[in-house]
Design a protein around this ligand. Sequence first.
Ligand code: ATP
Length: 235
Amino acid sequence: MLTLEGVCAGYSVVPVLKDVSLRVEPGQFVAIVGPNGAGKTTLFKTISGIVRPSAGSIQFEGIDLLAVPAAARPHLGIAHVPEGRQVFPSLSVMENLEMGAMTAAGQRGWKENIERIFALMPVLAERRSQVAGTLSGGEQQMLAIGRGLASAPKLLMLDEPSMGLAPAIADFIFEKLQEIRAQTKLTILLVEQRVAEALESADRGYVLEAGRVVLEGNNATLRADDRIRQAYLGM
Ligand code: ATP
């Protein structure tokens, strides 16, 4: 579904991603893990078009993504749920969800999608008229995920959904991701610093360090890898 080949990208004179190649097959749950500053957010921004690569190629369902402007990429079925939630704080929960449904698929499937989103995350239904800025951190994260789902995506990209949340709330978010996956069969690409949880949820993973993919494999292989166990799982 998504293929990156030899992608190099960064900010003006700062190179961040160095020769990154990765593949996400339809229906897979793929995790990207790695330390602070490894380039995980930059990788997502490159896929969604906020950052333009200096080299390499990105294909989405056989389409050359680099020929598609950033604003048009959600319409292909790519939803990017950014780091730090970034809900519209002065809009209500419902208005935030409606903003997510601006794609043609989101408009077509609105009724069905909103029912599914509310069934998955009933707190959003209970608070549909509440201004988003007054939600708790965990609720805002659910709203950000709901907004992504409202676009009826084929690929849901989640940048550190557990960031800044208490451990119990973060665990709850991971459970929600598993439910979303079981119910929607969506393709999910997740960036996470909570490596144990990310590799437990995902089918495959990539380890990004200093802008390079240093390790990749299915979740069992990565969880058994000595480097992962020592560097990320505290074993
Ligand atoms: P974190 O988990 O801390 O968000 P990350 O793996 O997502 O880390 P990035 O946010 O992609 O890493 O950052 C990679 C590098 O790019 C870092 O050295 C960072 O300082 C730098 N960087 C990020 N955004 C910019 C920017 N807008 N301008 C210049 N450098 C940037």
